[in-house]
Design a protein around this ligand. Structure first.
Ligand code: GLU
Ligand code: MG
Length: 423
């Protein structure tokens, strides 16, 4: 265990951000001076849970947040500050609804079977004018703006700073591009153990928003900021590994290089997709991203059907390469922790029940949508996804009754559109 005082002395850190991600994926933090960090790391920094998106009341005792030193991240743009993810407890008891714990619990379930999840995530984002809901770069108007070199290079000051920050942090960034919507970008970094990727995903969102502000921009990860343009996905690349570091999804003899275990996991994602959406697509706007085959640049690149294909981006799951699958369902509103927790719970069920996903579809799902017999449609509203989540007892048992009740209550109260009162 890294000693926070020693880390501060060695790295010139003057303050720590004791941070946690709440049920709606908002990053909360307290700034703790290095001089107090060692003591507070033991006691935990106190938060009023009701003041964040946690299902608690104003009368509840403090949530105490204790840092996990494995997540220590010195801010590359402000190295006297180090961010650290915390684990939450109330009255000495772990807070079961805490998203990071929900993911840790799934990782433990998998580890008990000798399975270790590794993931890579692709959080897309828009760069907007901070004072208007408009794309900041007024020259970025092309009909097919994807990979546009000029539009990318107009954002070089910010994008290169992000790449260099990620390099300094040892994340192994390897490419950045202008995505398919005007004003939209993506930066890719190397896949890793699931919890590491989730912590990095949480930090990435804060880092992009912070550095964008410093460049006079507003970063938006919202699922569908502009109706006529493709939305912000958070695609997840998945593989399960043995304790010895063998990729158990890889099998040269398997169809497209994917093992039977990989297909069972994939089948679990298909089986639980409607319920998964409650966590992977957690806001009403998520459903404006799903269910749209087209946008002005011709494709939405987001799924509408519960299908899988080979190296084919029109399906919910893509097998881009041997030994891994890409889930294209999640969006920018998903909690970095709950996204992976829900996906792992669904995949593990596929493995436990040895599910068979059936044949893949090699069609263009945008021009040739599957028939009702071939595939189910994804939910078309948050209400539908939350109902599927409530009905999916396998998923809710796996994720834990306390978390599921808390999440559902908050989502129904604060995220479902309110029914207008009838006269
Ligand atoms: N923006 C698309 C989405 O909402 C994804 C584009 C891509 O394939 O990178 O999922
Ligand atoms: Mg993308």
């Amino acid at each position: 265990m890294t000693d926070l005082a020693a880390f501060a002395a060695h790295h010139g850190v003057r303050h720590y951000l004791f941070s946690f991600s709440d049920l709606f994926g908002v990053q909360r933090a307290k700034l703790v001076p290095a001089s107090a960090a060692a003591e507070l790391a033991v006691e935990g920094a106190g938060f009023a849970g009701f003041a964040a998106w946690l299902e608690m009341t104003p009368a509840d005792a403090d949530v105490l947040a204790r840092p996990d030193p494995a997540s220590l991240t010195q801010l590359p743009w402000q190295p006297e500050v180090a961010w650290v993810a915390t684990d939450l407890a109330v009255g000495g008891v772990p807070l079961e609804q805490a998203p990071r714990l929900v993911l840790q619990r799934q990782l433990e379930r998998a580890a008990a079977k000798g399975l270790h999840l590794r993931t890579g995530v692709e959080p897309e984002f828009f760069l907007l004018d901070p004072l208007a809901d408009a794309i900041a770069d007024t020259r970025d108007t092309g009909e097919k703006p994807c990979y546009d070199q000029l539009a990318l290079m107009r954002r070089y000051p910010l994008i290169s700073e992000l790449l260099e920050a990620m390099e300094a942090l040892g994340w192994g960034p390897y490419q950045a591009d202008h995505e398919d919507a005007n004003g939209q970008f993506e930066i890719n970094w190397t896949f890793d153990h699931a919890l590491t990727t989730a912590d990095r995903h949480a930090f990435f969102r804060v880092m992009v928003a912070t550095l964008a502000e410093r460049h006079g921009l507003r970063a938006s990860f919202e699922p569908k900021p502009f109706d006529e343009l493709t939305g912000n996905g958070a695609h997840l690349h998945l593989s399960l590994w043995s304790g010895e570091g063998t990729n158990l999804f890889a099998d040269p003899a398997g169809e497209l290089g994917l093992s039977t275990l990989g297909y069972q996991f994939l089948a679990g994602l298909l089986a639980h997709a409607p319920a998964l959406c409650a966590l992977t697509n957690p806001v009403e706007a998520s459903y404006r991203r799903l269910g749209r085959a087209t946008s002005t640049s011709v494709a939405s690149w987001s799924p509408s059907w519960i299908t899988y294909g080979g190296n084919n981006r029109t399906h919910m799951i893509r097998i881009p390469d041997a030994g891994r699958i890409e889930l294209r369902l999640g969006d920018g509103a998903a909690s970095p922790y709950l996204l992976q927790a829900a996906v792992l719970a669904a995949g593990l069920d596929g493995i436990e029940r040895q599910l068979d996903p059936g044949p893949r579809l090699d069609t263009n799902a945008y021009t040739h949508p599957p028939s009702e017999a071939e595939a189910r449609r994804l939910p078309t509203s948050l209400a539908e996804a939350l109902a599927a989540f409530e009905a999916d007892t396998v998923l809710s048992e796996a994720l834990g009754p306390e978390f599921c009740a808390a999440y559902r209550a908050l989502a129904v109260r604060h995220r479902l559109p309110t029914v207008p009162a009838t006269a």
